[in-house]
Design a binder for this molecule. Sequence first.
Ligand code: ADP
Length: 349
Amino acid sequence: MRKIGVLTSGGDSPGMNAAVMSVARSAALYNIPLIGIKRGYNGLLRKSSNIHDDLQELTLDLVLDIADEPGTYLRTARCDEFRQLEYREIAVRTLKAMEIDGLVVIGGDGSFNGAKCLCEMGIPCIGIPGTIDNDLGYTEMSLGFDTAVNVCVDAIRKIRATSRSHDRPAVVEVMGRHCGDIALTAAVSTGSEIVIVPEVPWTVESMALKLQSQLTKGNFRATIVMAEGCYEAMAPFNLYKFLTAHGKPCYPEEPMSAVRFASVMKRMCGGAEARATVIGYVQRGAEPTARDSAFAFEAGNLAVRLLRDGISNQVIGMQKGRVMYMPIMEALKCKKQFNTTLYDLVNSL
Ligand code: ADP
């Protein structure tokens, strides 16, 4: 390896900086110069007029300071052109001109698809899972998931305290795109009574019945945790018709958000003052937990060792609590399993 490159791609996630720091430490340990590539694959397409906006030598001094910082020092961005061969050829030319013989890609499945394409073009790549969603089937954890869940747990506990004081139910929307893992883990960890996820079909009526049953039992502060993508599994419900019938028209094309859902619950559950909170970006911009940082540290070192030893086309992950690696192609084929047993347990009250 003359030089190694590292980039962060897709949505940012807590722990990305820690992983970059670990890659830098390990590269320094093995005397391999490290180049940081800015804004995902964009940096390789050399779009900026100033080379330092695309590519930057990452010395140990520079990165030691960033390990516990949220966000990503290297920046991240989508790069739709990278899906086309002609642009990937530009990337390969940049890598060759810079004498970068191996690349560490920190991101989600989209970024791994990009890495797979580069491997097919002769560039050795190693992927590190960086996404709060935890939607990669081959690994038990991805950088940022633990942090995002802990942010949600902290927020939901506070919301439940106020819900208890005022005897009011709460609807809390958390992130995760098409994956309900953040919602489920946060619901379990806070003793929330209801969770709604994209993996399990649901109806507005059944959720209203569940909430009503809690209220009837005297649990006025019941909490509904909804994953942002949960409307994908919602059985047809004519929100427009429903809200119009209740004197409040809305835009029918809008998905079921926490605010809308709380308003529908209020109307279906005898006027219960359900309050909505959307936790949003604080889940992504939080400081990484010890668990995420430790995983980042191990993964960063393993990525550099693999490249140094001539092993490429792999992604790093966690299986049975141990850091492991497997071929990108195989990893991308692994289907994500959702824990329906835990889901049933939360919703069984
Ligand atoms: P994530 O990595 O979090 O899943 P995206 O799906 O947005 O995020 O993908 C990040 C980037 O990875 C895209 O902007 C693009 O540059 C690259 N990418 C995604 N899919 C492909 C693909 N099929 N081929 C090549 N590059 C891809």
